[in-house]
Design a protein around this ligand. Structure first.
Ligand SMILES: C[S@@+](CC[C@H](N)C(=O)[O-])C[C@H]1O[C@@H](n2cnc3c(N)ncnc32)[C@H](O)[C@@H]1O
Length: 223
């Protein structure tokens, strides 16, 4: 599915989130406290938005590795990096089996990826394993706005409008129906925190609600 979406992925994201997703990704980087000289791993990096934002934060003395298991998504990232003055190394890797040494990164992140992984807990354990104790695992994931107006309005947007916009933009309507279903069924807020705690590798987890709960950033500190 992601191989098929890769060429139109960035445009579809911009349209369905009204450009908000880039702001959320920059915020994730800020909250991670990544700074000059840090080593960062962005998992399920897709076309590289988060990896590029981290590269600007860590500067020339740092290093950012962007990984995904879909070669077509990585290809888009590599193409984009040619026009940028930031260095990201793109590598193929499954987030549930990362080919990196333990405690070798300051920060690991995953944006809108965990929901698509068959075993979220295993992915979180792997990300925590490669991060140094005290380092951060940053997660950006979908949520479900609540409230008398927002809940039905968001449901209608996500169930009916997003598949139309995404479908026309990418030619793959099924993928954007999947986006609605997978977001609806995935834990968010306190339930996600519970899931992350059950991975057994974090000393603290904080959640930051975005756009009335349409998305969340979670900051987990590795124990
Ligand atoms: C919705 S995209 C998110 C891409 C990017 N992080 C972003 O925020 O724009 C989800 C990505 O997760 C990747 N993915 C899904 N399961 C994966 C796994 N087990 N290991 C690595 N990447 C995975 C897909 O290939 C896809 O690129």
């Amino acid at each position: 599915m992601f191989a098929d979406l890769a060429p139109s992925y960035d445009l579809c994201n911009a349209l369905i989130s009204f450009g908000q997703h880039l702001r959320w990704k920059r915020w994730l980087v800020e909250l991670s406290q990544a700074g000059p000289g840090h080593r960062v791993l962005d998992c399920a990096c897709g076309t590289g938005d988060i990896a590029f934002a981290f590269a600007r934060a860590v500067g020339a003395s740092g290093e950012v590795v962007g990984t995904d298991y879909c070669a077509e998504m990585l290809e888009q990232g590599i193409k984009r990096s040619a026009g940028m003055h930031v260095a990201v190394v793109f590598e193929t890797a499954d987030v549930t089996q990362l080919p990196y040494a333990s405690a070798s990164f300051d920060v690991a992140s995953i944006g809108f990826g965990l929901r698509n992984v068959s075993d979220s807990r295993q992915a979180l354990r792997e990300m925590a394993r490669v991060v140094k104790p005290g380092g951060r695992v940053m997660i950006l994931e979908t949520g479900q706005p609540q409230g008398a107006f927002m809940k039905p309005a968001f449901w209608f947007y996500s169930r009916c409008i997003v598949p139309l916009i995404g479908g026309f933009c990418s030619g793959n309507f099924q993928a954007y129906h999947y986006l609605h279903r997978s977001s609806r069924d995935y834990p968010w807020g306190n339930d996600f925190e519970k899931l992350a705690r059950s991975a057994g590798c974090f000393s603290s987890i904080e959640q930051i609600r975005l756009a009335s709960g349409a998305a969340y950033i979670y900051r987990a500190v590795v124990s």
